[in-house]
Design a protein around this ligand. Structure first.
Ligand SMILES: Cc1cc2nc3c(=O)[nH]c(=O)nc-3n(C[C@H](O)[C@H](O)[C@H](O)COP(=O)(O)OP(=O)(O)OC[C@H]3O[C@@H](n4cnc5c(N)ncnc54)[C@H](O)[C@@H]3O)c2cc1C
Length: 405
């Protein structure tokens, strides 16, 4: 593991920093149109799709350069681009598994945010046990007809296209009968219904498909290979922007430590309380572990290696850390931590999310639960680590209700 930046990396960081200082939006982003404009600006500057092949509009950049941009964006609290799933999951899946025609048709429009994407995997009875999915795609000669229901579809309400997993053969073992498709969301057979979350926002949707149409040319990979393709997709979700995440946590930690200095208990700053100091120190130590774990992932990527099951270690570790961190924030901030509006600025936490809200500590606390569920829950990550890294015996049918992600 190499912890040093090269002179080129240092120069590149300076350049990114200068660009952000000049171009960061002056006002908070409130609408999708504003976020699309910001997204295009980032793309035109060469800061989106940095690792994608140049011939499809990407930048062909090294993982370290991508990490530096993400890190500088986190450091300056820059708004996220839109099309997070298109950039993070769908695009990379098309790059690896798509046909030449699919790459030419879809990739550039993901990068320019002309077309927004969602991921249509989970169903009411197929989350961790994704291979049990029931949505069907039936071959009609020149196209497929899709029927079924998806759930927890992030960004479904604004998506133009969806990366779909559907069952094309119900007779073979469940992992073998699944195929991956690109589905147009703007058609009469697709009904998208937003779900209200505990945070108050509605990023999630239910998606009902009734005789929806998918063109043959929009099948990704071979018939029945959808499960293997989904594994790559989930690998991208788990690998993530680990270094930038650590920078964001460190900025949030700074806000919390400042609040602890201002808040008083028995006439003294809360930060003088030895128990509070111990708990804050513990979180800082955990954060340093996250930083080295992120650098380890980056080292693998720089060497051209995929983190593979190692991505599960990072994902389990950061998502559980975030929960502990936000629980401590609530403990320290008391009632201020629960306010969704009206808190004095020193007790607020401004977080930019890709859906346009600027959040509070209360929002961040509620959202921290999500990381331990999406892209494979913590229990599923533990199974992956146990079986694929530690070589422990595989989970048996008696241990579980079905197969796991
Ligand atoms: C913020 C967020 C965004 C999401 N976005 C999308 C999206 O865009 N598209 C999409 O398709 N899905 C999305 N999801 C859905 C997500 O992938 C599923 O919620 C996740 O896979 C868990 O499935 P489930 O909710 O059905 O829970 P279940 O699988 O029913 O799990 C319930 C509980 O049982 C535990 N469990 C299950 N199986 C095992 C086992 N074998 N061993 C031990 N414990 C087990 C789980 O850990 C969990 O605690 C999103 C979820 C979240 C939270």
């Amino acid at each position: 593991m190499d912890l040093n930046y090269t002179p080129e990396d240092i120069a590149f960081r300076k350049q990114v920093r200068a660009w952000l200082e000049q171009n960061l939006p002056r006002e908070p982003i409130a609408t999708l149109a504003q976020r699309r404009t910001w997204h295009r600006k980032l793309y035109e500057a060469g800061y989106l799709g940095m690792g994608w092949p140049k011939e499809y509009g990407g930048g062909g950049a090294r993982p370290m350069e991508q990490a530096i941009v993400a890190d500088e964006m986190a450091r300056t609290n820059a708004p996220a681009p839109t099309n997070g799933l298109g950039l993070g999951i769908v695009g990379p899946t098309i790059v690896v598994h798509g046909s030449e025609a699919q790459k030419r048709r879809y990739l550039r429009k993901i990068l320019t945010a002309e077309e927004l994407w969602c991921q249509l995997y989970s169903e009411p009875n197929a989350g961790s046990d994704l291979a049990s999915l029931k949505t069907s795609a039936v071959d009609q000669g020149d196209h497929f007809v899709v029927n079924g229901q998806k759930i927890w579809t992030s960004g479904g309400a604004i998506a133009d296209w969806g990366l779909l997993l559907a069952r094309t053969d119900p007779k073979v073992p469940k992992h073998k009968g699944i195929t991956c498709f690109l589905m147009n969301m703007r058609q009469p057979g697709v009904d998208v219904r937003p779900l209200k979350q505990i945070t108050g926002s509605s990023e999630f949707c239910e998606v009902f498909m009734t005789n929806a149409r998918v063109e043959k040319s929009d099948q990704i990979g071979k018939l029945g290979e959808g499960w293997a393709i989904a594994q790559t997709t989930l690998g991208y979700e788990r690998g993530g922007r680990s270094l930038a995440r650590v920078t964001t946590y460190a900025a949030q930690y700074g806000c919390l430590a400042n609040a602890a200095r201002r808040l008083k208990r028995h006439g003294r700053p809360l930060s003088d309380d030895p128990i509070v100091r111990q708990k804050l120190g513990r979180i800082w130590a955990d954060l340093e572990v996250e930083r080295y774990s992120a650098l380890r992932v980056l080292t693998h990527l720089e060497r051209g290696e995929h983190p593979g099951a190692g991505g599960s270690v990072t994902k389990l570790s950061y998502s559980e850390f975030e929960k502990r961190f936000m629980e401590l924030a609530e403990e320290i901030l008391g009632p201020y931590g629960q306010l969704t509006e009206g808190a004095p600025p020193e007790y607020q936490l401004q977080i930019d999310t890709a859906v346009g809200e600027r959040g509070t500590w209360a929002y961040a606390y509620l959202w921290s639960r999500a990381g331990t569920i999406y892209a494979g829950s913590s229990e599923i990550q533990k199974n992956v680590i146990g079986e694929r890294i530690l070589g422990l015996p595989k989970e048996t049918r008696a241990d579980r209700a079905g197969a796991t992600r």
